[in-house]
Design a protein around this ligand. Sequence first.
Ligand SMILES: [Zn+2]
Length: 230
Amino acid sequence: MKKWVNQNIKMLTPGSGTLVNVFLFSFVCLLVLGGTSGAASKTRDRVYVKRAVDGDTLLLRSGERVRLIGVDTPESVHRDKPVEYFALEASNFTKKMAQKKFVWLEYGSEPKDIYDRILAYVYLEDGTFLNAELIKQGYAFAYRKFPHRFLDDFQEYERQARFNAVGLWGRFSRGRERYDVIWIGSKKKKEYHHPSCFRGAALPKNDLVRFYSKHQPRDKRFKPCWNCAK
Ligand SMILES: [Zn+2]
């Protein structure tokens, strides 16, 4: 747009045809004002996503990487760490949503992170807010370490996702752990729960037992909880 404005300003300078010039000049003024006051033209960029590297990281056609602000998906590409629970699902979701598509980037207070990745809020062309969607559908945690303008919203989306046991909250609702827990149980009550059960989530740590295979609770003579058996 800058180029366009400059060309028009050059057109104005010769000083012929005053009425047209006044008209053009006010038009340019409007454009310039619009450009500075409207956040859209300055803080938004349309970019092409070559590849979803991870649930929360995009590789652009330009070669730059984008890290989504405020979300933290389980890790799948750390060389020295095991793939975290639900990492592949998160990565596939982002692929399905954004890979080989044009998206809009909006920015927060910091332009880049320490890995030189662009920090951005990502919007799909249909208006879907990808950062929010990842949390809403249970593919990501709300990242709380740094404040940003959607932090409260994101925390609320995470709470909802956990409450509804969607995505990564479906099997185990005790936050971030690497596991393959299928059931959790109470040692005292000899009762077992689906990991998303509110009664299971309320178990004190010293009473909690984790089961890693489907039949383990019954083999150990645990009974299913009434809520889970519904
Ligand atoms: Zn239960």
